[in-house]
Design a binder for this molecule. Structure first.
Ligand code: NAD
Ligand code: UDP
Ligand code: UDP
Length: 326
């Protein structure tokens, strides 16, 4: 018991009521820490953290990270930011503000507290990549003025801020470049491919394939991603990143659609829709750094993860939560 208490930390998770953040809160609570979940509930929901509310080591604070935050913590995971194209393009100026001003505020907080701080960056910093797979040393190919730019450039600027606070003030930083992650508690109407396909398959709707479905993505199951984030936070101070976290198994979107239909037991014809602007052709992480520095690599194959995701969405369907989702 004494040992547990000695290693117990107070940990701030911004964006903790979202998809990834809520799974991270679960894991940190299970490891014996105190968790302060800060979220403005833009895309996150109290439902994701309902089961934690009565827990004595869990606290929720409704707050927007673009405003200063004065709390006392030992570690900060900065995840606050809408992550799906539908959500981050809904109010693009607020998206950039969340990434940039949110990062400044959380870095200011980390500086005052001498706390370790981890940034949830993204594979989108590579844009539509001309190098494949993407290693961390690749600087990316990002359109600065397109519809995805509020997210991509906001996240790039947040990385810049992290490294400047590190160089100028010696802050202990960790930057994770997260690749497409999926699993239970994804927002049912966020338009991301896995949630769309699973909802469509379960509701007996045709799957919407954007373009010809030959574009590729690499999908990481949420439990693996949470392991990676925690391993990065626990790594020596010299490991700042940026470090790619994702599953290097690459699939075409058509193959994902077929696997979803097979596992959900449906087989409606697919419908084609235009490919969105600036949609990257291919994406796969090079995770050599994560393997060697964190001894981390994903363990859950796509089929298993999809099965678990479909089961979780089926439960929500039974609860009526998917009623409004496309
Ligand atoms: P999500 O939308 O489910 O979670 C984001 C959370 O941030 C939500 O709960 C939302 O309400 C909250 N939020 C948004 N703006 C805020 C603000 N101004 N102040 C406070 N809270 C705010 O998305 P997610 O998939 O869980 O993503 C979490 C983080 O991981 C994001 O930073 C995202 O950019 C990053 N990421 C996710 C993926 C992925 O595939 N899921 C990939 C790359 C990066
Ligand atoms: N900040 C915060 N919480 C704190 C300390 C700072 O939100 O506990 C914010 C602060 O409002 C400022 C930002 O973090 O806008 C950056 O802080 P820093 O000390 O780096 O810069 P300065 O305050 O000198 O502009
Ligand atoms: N996509 C699709 N049908 C959908 C939703 C997405 O074909 O209903 C495609 C989308 O065009 C992209 C890929 O799936 O090529 C991944 O899209 P998502 O929005 O999930 O993530 P991102 O583009 O940010 O990787």
């Amino acid at each position: 018991m004494a040992r547990l208490y000695d290693s117990r930390k107070r940990i701030l998770v911004t964006g903790g009521a979202g998809f990834l953040g809520s799974h991270l809160c679960d894991r940190l609570i299970a490891a014996g820490h105190e968790v302060l979940c800060v979220d403005n509930l833009f895309t996150g929901t109290k439902r994701n953290i309902d089961h934690l509310h009565a827990h004595p080591r869990f606290e929720f604070m409704r707050h927007d990270v673009t405003f200063p935050l004065h709390v006392e913590v030992d570690e900060i995971y900065n995840l606050a930011c809408p992550a799906s194209p539908v959500h981050y393009q809904h109010d693009p100026i607020q998206t950039t503000k969340t990434s940039v001003i949110g990062a400044i505020n959380m870095l200011g907080l980390a500086k005052r507290l001498d706390a370790r701080i981890l940034q949830a960056s993204t594979s989108e910093v590579y844009g539509d990549p001309t190098v494949h797979p993407q290693p961390e040393a690749y600087w990316g190919s990002v359109n600065p003025i397109g519809p995805r730019s509020c997210y991509d450039e906001g996240k790039r600027c947040a990385e810049t801020l992290f490294f400047d606070y590190h160089r100028a003030m010696g802050l202990r930083i960790k930057v994770a470049r997260i690749f497409n992650t999926y699993g239970p508690r994804m927002h049912v109407a966020d338009g991301r491919v896995v949630s769309n396909f699973v909802v469509q398959a379960l509701k007996g709707l045709p799957i919407t394939l954007y373009g010809d479905g030959s574009q590729t993505r690499s999908f990481c199951y949420v439990d693996d991603m949470v392991d990676g984030l925690i391993a990065l936070m626990a790594s020596p101070d010299t490991v700042t990143g940026p470090i790619n976290l994702g599953n290097p198994a690459e699939f075409t979107i058509r193959a994902l659609a077929e696997a979803t239909q097979r596992l959900a037991g449906t087989a409606l014809p697919m419908v084609r829709a235009p490919l969105p602007a600036d949609d990257p052709r291919q994406r796969r992480p090079d995770i050599a750094k994560a393997r060697s520095l964190l001894r981390w690599s994903p363990r859950v194959p796509l089929e298993d993860g999809l099965r678990r995701t479909i089961a979780a969405f089926r439960e929500r369907l039974a609860d009526g939560v998917l009623a409004d989702a496309a």
